[in-house]
Write a protein that binds this ligand. Structure first.
Ligand SMILES: Nc1ncnc2c1ncn2[C@@H]1O[C@H](COP(=O)(O)OP(=O)(O)OP(=O)(O)O)[C@@H](O)[C@H]1O
Ligand SMILES: [Mg+2]
Length: 367
């Protein structure tokens, strides 16, 4: 059954995987659209590879189902799933030329020689290695080897490409170069990609959506922008981007927002609630460093804010970073873009007022 655009291309439902008493993944469900670039982001041991390996067929789940284009994938033997795979470590056949590495999956599928030749050239051109078909893998740089691995994985036009930290063995510059290449290859081929990384910048740069993993579960799955603007939990807020977490008390709840008080009774403003919270409850206010304004004190405004002391100022070229200290001795991190109108910089030791837009802040139940 072919899926239309509305039904998921890959449907993962209620997946669970245990090793003895240890739970690797639990209650994991996820829909992936045809052509989507989906990234699994999360700390070490959170279940990213396990989920990928179940889709690939290297491992069987303890419970749950996986369907590709409406077909039960778990009933298909791994070698017949036709899924492309690229791993962290270079996995080229060392005794075969670059061209023969790319040709390998086509030879396994007994494609005609003329088709193999044409396809290998097409794939090597796609990864910008058209002239290196005759080299041996040992004569290639790490980045070039990963390009060959990508060409080989895409050679038989798989419906799904799985990649487990394919760039993590490369240095930063090469990694960024290959990230751009991957974006282009995804655009040009339209292949659906499941990608694993624990590098948040890489996830943001590459993905249509990011599934944030924690302890074998998906904490939140959304676009990078939505994850940054509206992280569903304190974990997501701290894992994707930088955050300040301020202790607050819920003073009142009305109209889907909570009136919050900081220590010393200072007002934190009326912050929209995305989880139920009762009056009197302890909670955590999350403020992104780039969403806090710095004003000379004493500033006279009606908005929520705090008078703070500047502990440190660092110049970062395109922005200024402030470390300020609240009256309750908590350090808060602030990042102000410099742009065309750099604000009057505060100096170390200054007393300033910091303010924020409460409508764009987030509040979480206290841990
Ligand atoms: N063969 C195994 N036997 C026992 N436990 C395993 C096995 N494979 C994985 N695990 C456990 O399952 C959990 C999830 O592992 P997984 O490899 O999926 O994590 P990951 O998110 O890919 O981590 P990393 O970023 O380090 O690659 C971990 O706690 C791991 O120790
Ligand atoms: Mg892993």
């Amino acid at each position: 059954m072919a899926s239309d655009n509305a039904s998921p291309f890959l449907a993962i439902r209620g997946l669970r995987k245990t090793y003895g008493d240890a739970v690797a993944i639990e209650h994991l469900s996820l829909d992936i659209r045809r052509g989507e670039f989906m990234t699994f982001l999360g700390p070490s041991g959170s279940g990213k590879s396990t989920t990928l390996y179940i889709v690939a067929g290297f491992q069987d789940p303890t419970e749950g189902s996986v369907a590709l284009d409406g077909r039960n994938l778990l009933a298909v033997p791994p070698n017949q799933r036709n899924i492309g795979m690229v791993f962290q470590r270079y996995t080229l056949f060392p005794h075969l030329t670059v061209a023969e590495n790319v040709a390998f999956p086509l030879r396994v599928r007994k494609r005609p020689e003329a088709e193999i030749k044409a396809r290998v050239q097409q794939m090597l051109a796609l990864v910008h290695l058209a002239d290196l078909g005759g080299r041996m893998p040992a004569q290639l740089s790490g980045g070039q080897q990963q390009r060959v691995a990508i060409a080989r994985a895409l050679a038989y036009d798989p419906p799904l490409l799985l990649m487990d930290e394919p760039l993590s063995a490369l240095d930063k510059k090469l990694r960024e170069e290959l990230q751009d290449e991957l974006r282009r290859i995804h655009r040009e081929t339209g292949v659906t990609v499941l990608y694993v990384t624990h590098d948040q910048e890489e996830a943001l740069r590459l993905s249509d959506r990011i599934a944030v993993f924690s302890k074998g579960r998906i904490e939140q799955c959304d676009s990078g922008a939505a994850l940054y603007e509206a992280p569903a939990s304190r974990f997501v807020a701290s894992f994707l981007g930088n955050s300040n977490f301020l202790p607050v008390t819920v003073e009142a709840v009305a109209g889907g927002a909570a009136e919050l008080a900081l220590p010393n009774g200072l007002r934190a403003g009326s912050v929209p609630l995305h989880m139920p919270m009762a009056r009197g409850a302890s909670a955590t206010l999350m403020l992104r460093p780039d969403r806090i304004r710095v004003l000379p004190a004493p500033a006279r405004t009606d908005g929520p804010g705090i008078e703070v002391r500047v502990r440190d100022v660092s110049y970062l070229g395109d922005s200024l970073h402030y470390a300020v200290v609240t009256p309750w001795e908590q350090e808060i991190s602030i990042r102000r873009p410099l742009g065309d109108n750099p604000e009057a910089a505060a100096a170390i030791g200054d007393h300033v007022r910091i303010e924020w837009d409460p409508a764009r802040a987030r509040v979480y139940a206290a841990a």
